[in-house]
Design a protein around this ligand. Structure first.
Ligand code: FAD
Ligand code: SF4
Length: 400
């Protein structure tokens, strides 16, 4: 990669946000191309240049061990646990572990700023990336904005601000591009706190999803695809609406997810130092994956504020995944009574803990592999990482 010096950067022509997207329809709007770092896009973009192995070595000192099932699925790590805040943050997506770590990173002086996503004043679901400098600004970014977010659009502000120590919070595609330009940012230390991410949507796609799936789309304040195989919608009045996954109108929703997310194989944010999600944890707990010493340093700051327990795993996902492949492909929608019944049965006997996480990874990777094969066959071999090819190869895919 050729280096661009800051003067060249500043001379680069100012681009209107969204005006250039070399990844075309696969662009996830990560924000890199809204800055002069677009110069690096051909190497840095997750959808143009898949380079997991290089970036794993750069981030963690080694590639994941494909012979170890835990690493094959969840990436390089040195520790993994279930955790929850003893005193949850009101209004956070789960218990607020992410926001708490970010606040403590600022309070302890380890960083001068935090890249996070607030929402626009007029729309709770419209992301507005910022560099937060106070805990109050971090807390204003709590809760998911379940739409594509241009987090890296703030990259130029880092250099302009003169900051040397930064924490970035983000999802996999944003973090892949960030890692690729990390050494160009002039930072002394970059901490990366990631969340898993799957099936994201544009703001218009989100509207369609809410209108197709919720009884009251305008009052939804928060939703999550939960480990009990239901989507939990939280409404303004505090009520929770639950819709079984198996009752989703897959025919209507097939085109809702962004093409970038239909082509993504970094569900578990393999390049972050520390990952906080929920998919490998018991219901109502969060899932924490420490990938390296920098991740451990961040977790240590908040450990006294957490209850923790070991991760566990039960059930066998394979048959359910194999059956879901043709059902999704044909856009099968079950009547609601059957979907509810199936949800109850699967919740009782189905995969739990890490096996639930593997169920979700297998289902998404097989679907996404077919999507890339059909829509971008010329990219298939280079774009799908080796670990994902190995996961997909466990299943029989429809003959084309
Ligand atoms: P909070 O303390 O509420 O903080 C949330 C943080 O998320 C904030 O710092 C904010 O800056 C950041 N954020 C919000 N929206 C975005 C965005 N669009 N892009 C980047 N960063 C954002 N976990 C799973 O285990 N499985 C999943 O399938 C899964 N899908 C996700 C999809 C999306 C789009 C996002 C943003 C997250 C997803 N997560 C998933 C992570 C999970 O929902 C929680 O975000 C995570 O467990 C942290 O919860 P918390 O209460 O600690 O976060
Ligand atoms: Fe640019 Fe990011 Fe879109 Fe790739 S995903 S084209 S780096 S904005």
């Amino acid at each position: 990669m050729t280096a661009v010096n800051p003067t060249q950067h500043r001379k680069a022509k100012a681009l209107k946000p969204g005006s250039r997207r070399p990844a075309k329809e696969l662009c996830s709007e990560c924000g890199l191309c809204d800055t002069y770092y677009i110069h690096y896009v051909k190497e840095a973009c997750a959808f143009i240049n898949q380079q997991f192995d290089n970036l794993e070595v750069q981030s963690h000192g080694r590639v994941r061990n494909l012979e170890n099932e835990l690493e094959l699925y969840f990436g390089v790590h040195q520790d993994m646990m279930a955790a929850r805040k003893k005193e949850p943050i009101e209004g956070a997506q789960w218990t607020g572990i992410v926001s708490t770590i970010a606040c403590e990173m600022l309070n302890s002086g380890k960083v001068e700023g935090v890249v996070c996503v607030q929402n626009s004043p007029s729309d709770r679901f419209q992301p507005m990336p910022v560099i937060a400098r106070t805990p109050e600004e971090v807390l204003a970014a709590r809760v998911n904005k379940p739409t594509l977010s241009p987090n890296l659009s703030i990259l130029e502000q880092i250099e302009q601000s003169g900051m040397k120590r930064l924490l970035a919070i983000g999802v996999g595609c944003q973090i892949q591009a960030l890692r690729a330009v990390e050494d160009k940012l002039g930072l002394e230390k970059l901490y990366i706190l990631g969340t898993p991410c799957v099936d994201n949507v544009t703001r218009e796609g989100l509207q369609k999803f809410l209108e197709t799936t919720s009884k009251s789309p305008d009052t939804v304040v928060h939703y999550e695809f939960m480990q009990d195989f239901r989507i939990h919608f939280k409404h303004e009045d505090g009520s929770i609406e639950m819709v079984p996954f198996f009752g989703l109108n897959t025919k209507e929703l097939k085109d809702v997810f962004a093409p970038s997310c239909m082509s993504c194989f970094d569900y578990v944010n393999g390049l972050a130092d520390l990952v906080v999600g929920y998919m490998g944890a018991p219901f109502r707990w969060q899932w924490v994956v420490v990938r390296n010493d920098t991740g451990q340093e961040m977790l240590d700051l908040v450990k006294p504020q957490l209850d923790t327990q070991s991760v566990s795993s039960s059930g066998d996902r394979r048959q359910a995944v194999q059956q879901s492949i043709p059902a999704y492909d044909k856009g099968v929608t079950l009547p609601m009574w059957a979907a509810k019944l199936m949800g109850v049965v699967i919740e009782r006997v189905g995969p739990k803990g890490l096996e639930y996480a593997r169920f979700s990874i297998d289902s998404h990777f097989t679907r996404n592999y077919l999507y890339v094969k059909r829509n971008h066959p010329e990219k298939l071999d280079a774009h799908v990482p080796t670990f994902a090819k190995r996961i997909v190869s466990q299943y029989q895919l429809p003959k084309e």
